[in-house]
Structure formats: C-alpha cells, structure tokens
Design a protein around this ligand. Structure first.
Ligand code: PMP
Length: 429
C-alpha cells in the first residue's frame, strides 16, 4: 500500500489550511504519519486518492450507521435537489423531521435544528442558563461537547477547583463558570453542588462516552445524576451527539431508562450532512426565541437538503429496529475475536463495548473515566493504528476516540478486521 498522493496533498494542504485539515484530529498528530485523503466511500469502504481501500470503523465519527452513500439517503437528497438548496424560511420537512425525532426520543417534546453538535450543546447550555437564571454548568473530565468556549475547560487538580481554559482564546471568565468532575463520580458532583449552592444551571454528560475512547456509565451513575438534578432544580442534559439513534432508536436514554430534561443531537440526524439539534421539555424549550428570551438562530438551520437526508436516515432506523440487533451482533463478533487474539498473544489490554461502539485501550486497567483512560500507552496505539491502516482497516486516529460499527460490514469484512487485528498486535509486540 502506498500513500504518494495523500502525502503530496498533505504538503499542499498544510500551506493553505492550519495543519492541512479542517478539524484537528484528522491531521494524525497523535498517531504520527500522513493522513490519508479520501476520494469516495461506499457501504463499508473508504477509498483514498492513491486507490487504497479501507474497511470503515469510524464512519464519519458516527453517522454512517447504514454504511456510506446508502441508496435511500442518496435518493432523498436527489429528490430534494431540484427544489433548491436553502430558503431561510420554514418548510414542511422540518415539521416531519421534528415529529419523527420527538416520536423516537419521547423526552424531546420540542426541538430546534442547528448545524452541528457544537451548536446544539452551546445552545442547550444557554437555554439551561436562561431557564434557571443560574450561571454555572457541570461537565465531566474527558467528555467532549464540541468546541464552544464553555466546554474547552480542563479539570483542575480536584473537584473543588475552578476550571482553567484548555485552549488559548477562552477567557478565565468563561472558565470560571464551568465546573468539572470525574466521569462516574457522583460524590464529586455532590461536592461541586454543595460548594456552589443554587448556582448550577445544568449538568451536561455523554450518557456513554465516545470522546475518551468508549467509556460506559457505571450502574447507578446516570440514575444518580437524575436524582441530584431533581433535588437541586438542575437541568440534566444528555449529549447524545454520538449515542442518539445509534445505541437504540431512542438513544442511550432509552437503553438505560434514564430521562434527561434536554438532549443534544448531531451528525446522525443529518445522515452525514451538517446537522445538529437540541430539544427537551416543552416548558424549557419555550424559553427559546421567538417564544422566549433565549436567543438562538441560524440562516442554514433546517436546511432542506440536510433535512431530506436526515429524515430518510431516521425513517430507515425507525422502521427497521432489527438494525440495532445486527449492529450488536457485528460488534460482538469483532470484540469476541479481538478478545481471543489478546488471549492468544497473552496481552492484558482492556476492551470497552456497548452496542455498536467499542474501544481497545492499551492498558491493563479497567477504564471508567479520563484518568484511567489516560493510563493507555498511546505510543503502542500509534503503531497499532498504522499497522491496521496498512492492512486496510481505518480506525480512529487517536486512542481517545470510540470506534463506530455500521451494518454494512459483511462476514468477510469482519474476518478481515480480525485477521488484521491479530497480525498487527503480533507485529508490534
Ligand atoms: N458532542 C459529542 C458527544 C461529540 O462527540 C461531538 C463531536 N464529536 C460534539 C458534541 C460536537 O459535534 P460537532 O463536531 O458536530 O460540532
């Protein structure tokens, strides 16, 4: 496998785009080497500019649950195209889309479409602040909610400390209003609330984390957050940008039976086109302009092409619940095979999996939060990543990202993945 054209393109791209990319993780910085430049994708496969084919295990960071260029989504987009691409005015499709989202995720009684997961999360916390009249938010270390200023906050040395900005350009003023706790740690949350009485507007959480690798909520964690929020008048926001419509038709909230006040959605609801949404209880959502006094807007929000793609995607998922069993079966096969390989090679690494999300962590520790995720050996991960790429399997180019399985994977693709895993792990140890 050679990467001549990707290398050439990367050199040129670096002269025009910061780091050669439009989103940092794509630059392969944490795994080293040259990112592959993608030309097209179909079903379970990505094809790069050099003509190499890869089996997909990222699927555009989640949304391609049905595989790439799915015919029903293509058809929906093709049918929408002749009617022009944006009106900046309301359409029938937006109502249909909202109806479908509210039906599939019953905790969402009203919804507002935006253009990305970042926008969804930024807007949701603004609404929570407006509705409660409180300023502070609690997020969890290692959870990612997009690049809104309030979310780019690293934890201090303990649960009591103020956050400090994680990125230049985020002011200390903003950081002071974001409090952080370790994931799965209810006591830390309680202490933050005690130290900031009646000041917390919301708790935002990935109900299953995708952004420190795949990390599951421990028994009682989500239920505990729900109880604390009820008691303290705090709005509970589930960030289901990755888990919504992936872990179950109704997302992680359906799977775990815990109901948030608000939910943020992204990528998946556009079928791969730039879409996000936030929604929740009617009473809370009616704080949003033009009904209420929380301002939030978007020229391209509810874009007709994106709505057509998203509606086709959600309809397919809604009408074919067996997709979720299939996703689970495929992922189980991959994970079981991977476990056997680890045993055979006498490697004590950790695998976290739920539904169609999984991660192999290069650590022998149980991974339950950011601190334990960080015990992974990222150098070995980098080597593993490149071995897999050479063998035609495209993984997320960072240890701290979940993998996402699609229904497009065939038995022979799974075989290919398992063989590549075994060879790669054997070669680097
Ligand atoms: N929330 C979560 C849980 C995410 O995983 C992401 C992106 N990976 C976002 C929010 C931000 O979404 P976007 O990249 O579409 O802005």
């Amino acid at each position: 496998m050679n990467f001549h054209k990707s290398k050439e393109l990367f050199e040129k791209a670096k002269t025009l785009l910061p780091g050669g990319v439009n989103s940092p993780v794509r630059a392969f910085k944490s795994v080293g080497g040259t990112p592959v430049f993608i030309k097209r994708a179909e079903g379970a496969y990505l094809y790069d500019e050099d003509g190499n084919r890869y089996i997909e295990l990222i699927n555009s960071w989640g949304p391609m649950i049905l595989g790439h260029a799915h015919p029903k989504i293509q058809k929906a987009i093709a049918e929408a195209l002749p009617n022009s691409f944006s009106y900046g005015a309301p359409t029938r499709k937006e109502i249909e889309m909202a109806e479908l989202i509210c039906q599939m995720v019953p905790s969402i009684e009203k919804v507002r479409m935006v253009n990305s997961g970042t926008e969804a999360c930024m807007s949701a916390i603004r609404v929570a602040r407006g509705y409660t009249g409180r300023n502070k938010i609690i997020k969890f270390e290692g959870c990612y909610h997009g690049h809104g200023d309030s979310f780019l906050i690293a934890a201090g040395s303990g649960a009591y400390t103020m956050g400090s900005p994680d990125s230049l350009g985020v002011t200390q003023g903003v950081a002071n209003d974001t409090l952080t706790a370790p994931y799965n740690d209810l006591d830390a949350v309680k202490k933050l609330i005690e130290a900031n009485p009646k000041q917390i507007a919301c708790i935002i959480v990935e109900p299953v984390v995708g952004n420190m690798g795949c990390v599951l909520p421990q028994k009682g964690f989500l239920e505990g957050l729900r109880a604390i929020c009820n008691q303290e008048g705090i709005i509970l926001i589930f960030d289901e940008v990755m888990t919504g419509f992936r872990l179950a038709r109704g997302g992680a909230q359906e799977l775990f039976g815990v109901t948030p006040d608000m939910t943020t959605l992204g990528k998946i609801i556009g079928g791969g086109l730039p879409v996000g949404a936030y929604g929740g209880k009617k009473e809370i959502m009616d704080s949003v302009s033009p009904v209420g006094k929380v301002y939030q807007a978007g020229t391209l929000s509810g874009n007709p092409i994106a709505m057509a793609a998203g509606y086709a995607m959600l309809t397919e998922l809604n009408e074919n619940p067996q997709i979720y069993q299939k996703l689970e079966q495929i992922t189980q096969k991959i994970v079981e095979g991977l476990k056997k390989t680890l045993q055979k090679l006498n490697l004590a690494y950790t695998i976290n999996q739920i539904g169609s999300m999984y991660s192999l962590f290069f650590t022998n520790k149980q991974v339950i939060d950011f601190q334990t995720a960080k015990t992974s050996n990222t150098e070995i991960f980098g080597k593993y990543f490149h071995k897999m790429l050479q063998k035609g399997v495209y993984l997320a180019p960072s240890q701290f990202e979940s993998l996402f399985v699609s229904v497009a994977l065939s038995d022979s693709d799974i075989e290919h993945i398992l063989q590549a895993n075994e060879e790669s792990l054997a070669e680097i140890h």
